[in-house]
Design a protein around this ligand. Structure first.
Ligand code: DCM
Length: 145
């Protein structure tokens, strides 16, 4: 179908996109400052896909809004069933590989810290629970990116 929605999955879950970005063998991680329930948790930065929006475009928009960088999506980090990663009952996490075309990521309105983590440093920050597995999967492959 040409007009299949892009912001929800076939089973009606909201798609949240998140970026796996590598630089010099390190993975970009960002600490959320809001909402309060998530504050202090580290994530692969991203956000909800809006109705009618292509997921890769949504990730470009979110990374510019949140961290001030222009990114280019170059691939995906596939979840356990070859696709999305579990998030909650109503949403899934779609992790896309990206590279930065312009800018240095800086914490803005949604985050209060950003870090480039070497794979062995991954466990040094408290990740949001849904991000633990995809961040580990990304770190495992980072040498080949
Ligand atoms: N989320 C997450 N991990 C990410 C990105 C988002 O667990 N890497 C969650 C946090 C929110 C929801 O998805 O519950 C929507 O994200 P946002 O508030 O950034 O739009």
């Amino acid at each position: 179908m040409d007009d299949a929605p892009t912001h929800v999955t076939a089973d009606g879950r909201r798609v949240v996109v998140a970026a796996a970005i590598e630089s010099r063998g390190r993975l970009l991680a960002a600490r959320r400052s809001r909402p309060e329930s998530l504050a202090g948790g580290w994530e692969l930065p991203g956000g909800k896909v809006e109705p009618g929006e292509d997921p890769a475009r949504a990730l470009v928009r979110e990374l510019l809004e949140e961290l001030g960088v222009d990114i280019e999506v170059v691939g995906a980090v596939h979840g356990p069933d070859g696709g999305d990663w579990p998030l909650d009952d109503r949403s899934v996490l779609r992790v896309l590989r990206a590279r930065i075309d312009r800018g240095d990521p800086e914490a803005g309105v949604a985050h209060d810290e950003v870090r480039w983590l070497a794979p062995r440093e991954l466990g040094s920050v408290p990740w949001l629970e849904p991000d633990v597995a995809p961040a580990a999967a990304a770190a495992l492959r980072i040498d080949t990116w």
